[in-house]
Design a protein around this ligand. Structure first.
Ligand code: ZN
Length: 180
């Protein structure tokens, strides 16, 4: 005996339920609710998904500043300079740009200094009161890479400053320095 009705294929159900959410671009954005200098956690409460639903990367700095991007909100047009910090804080740091600053980056490749060095990116995390990650592995690759990054930019940077930036003890930094 045939069932009295037939269920729709899963694809149809998904399309009805979620299709427009995936296809329709967001029509509102988070830009006005963000501070001019903002920290957006990677993962966490989903703020990153809400922000990056409309804020799109339009230019990478590349080269030495591989973490640095110019982005623009497709809803309100706001430009943001974004440092993607995925080693110590797991945060995106966003700095609101005015039209002139965005244009200087696009046309002349001249970036504001705020996130040009990894030291400044990490200092931004501290200024914004973000807590560095706690590392179970005291010589984790993320710590080692970060120390190498800081040393490359500033060869005579002190262990104490590195310790502050990474949120670890000076002893731990000295142990890392001995490994690189
Ligand atoms: Zn916006």
């Amino acid at each position: 005996m045939k069932p009295p009705f037939r269920f729709s294929p899963i694809a149809d159900v998904l399309r009805q339920t979620y299709g427009w959410l995936m296809i329709e671009p967001a029509t509102t954005c988070c830009c006005s609710s963000l501070a001019d200098l903002a920290a957006v956690p990677m993962g966490g409460d989903g703020l990153d998904e809400r922000v990056f639903a409309t804020v799109e990367n339009i230019r990478d700095h590349g080269g030495d500043a591989w973490w640095l991007h110019l982005s623009r909100c497709r809803v309100c047009g706001q430009h943001w300079m974004i440092a993607q910090e995925e080693r110590i804080f797991d945060e995106y740091f966003l700095r609101r740009l005015d039209a002139d600053e965005a244009s200087r980056i696009s046309t002349e490749g001249r970036w504001p200094a705020d996130f040009l060095t990894y030291e400044r990116v990490l200092e931004t995390g501290h200024v914004l009161g973000v807590r560095p990650c706690i590392f179970m592995d005291r010589v984790s690759p993320s710590l080692i890479w970060t120390v190498e990054e800081l040393k490359k930019a500033t060869p005579d940077i002190s262990a104490a400053i590195i310790a502050h930036l990474l949120g670890v003890s000076t002893t731990q930094v000295e142990r890392i320095l001995a490994k690189i």
